[in-house]
Design a protein around this ligand. Sequence first.
Ligand code: SF4
Length: 421
Amino acid sequence: MKKSFNTIVEILNYDSALKLLILRYGISVDAKSIEENCPTYPVAFRTKRISKNTKIVDGCLIDAETKSMPWIPEEIFIQFSNIKSIVKVNYNKNSNFILSYRNNNLELASSELEIKLICELSPRPTWNHKQVNNFDADQYIQVMGKDRIAVLGFEGCSEWFHNTQCKFCDSCSSRANEKSIRPTLNDLNTKYDNNIPVWLDDFSKQYFEGLKEVYKLVLEDKNITPHHHLHIMSGNLPNLDMEWEYMLDLSRELSKIKPLSEVDSYLNILPPLNTQYLYDAKEIGFQKMIFNLEVYLESYFKSICPGKHAHIPYNIYLQQMEKAVEIFGIGKVRCSFVLGAQPINILCDGIEELASKGIVSDFTVFTPKKGTPWENKIGPDIIEVAKFCSFLKDVYVKYGFSGLYCSLASRSGIMNELLND
Ligand code: SF4
């Protein structure tokens, strides 16, 4: 790892090279030392189960891991040499990066790199346990990192129910019998015979009312600084028009509490087949659109993301992204890719092509996930990833693009740290 690190520092800067290594090699967690030294851990902090196993069981998409999995931090703040960043904890029990409490400090240490970085756990908001319609407030809205306010329109992805899910995806499944205030596709599939209007009719009113109440708590929370990145995410419904109608209804409701035009607002969804929805999103006040194409070129899209392609064919996907640039502006439409899902040179050509049309590319690095068709596929080499990051930075600089959110909110990316040079 030391040799790779030295090479990567020459390609990137020191801080982004470190963050990249931590994301890539993962973190081993000494949970006992954290529990012993931090009396409010885990309840007061953002945590997640150590591993999961996404599956359809009895018509429901769930995390079917039967063992009782320990909890670990979901994300941590790390003080690098020039910048403080939020970093997602990709758990790896064999990693040389070890998170533990030492001398009254939470630190991430690597014996191979001979470094110790001071860290902080990511706190849940103080209002997270307030009850709204008998659910914890943070079931409605989550604060990720320091200042990304995340709202999920509904739970689930219809591709999983049709066996057309993207090959790399392990989705965001809930535990069996876990109750949710959000409309969930598990109910649509098992109790509503896929009747979307009736299902939404039953759930959306109460959900929207609760959302607005919790959004008021968010707006009063002085800890959410320095920005207000409002990230409204859709799942995937079997009907794209209905999905857009529903997500726009939800967004209109939130905009009544504080206009979306006054915050750094994002709608993360598949592009619509009907261009009118893009105009509607602009009118509601959205500042930016996020469309995750995942892979460049039709042949890859068709074979790696068959469900997405069935909803919106590749060529129309691209046309609608360009249309969105006309409506929202250059640099206001973002598109994320999975690095390692296709040859990197093809992806680089695609990113340059999209940038020339005003579309900003983001990426996540492919990592094999248990239970997916690609669980045995090897992820890209770390040096290749570093070279790719350097290429992407040059594209951002050439076209005047900014990183996604900021370094305190973007936990799986390194572009903010790289652009901070
Ligand atoms: S659209 Fe693809 S990447 Fe997104 S949740 Fe569904 S299967 Fe996963």
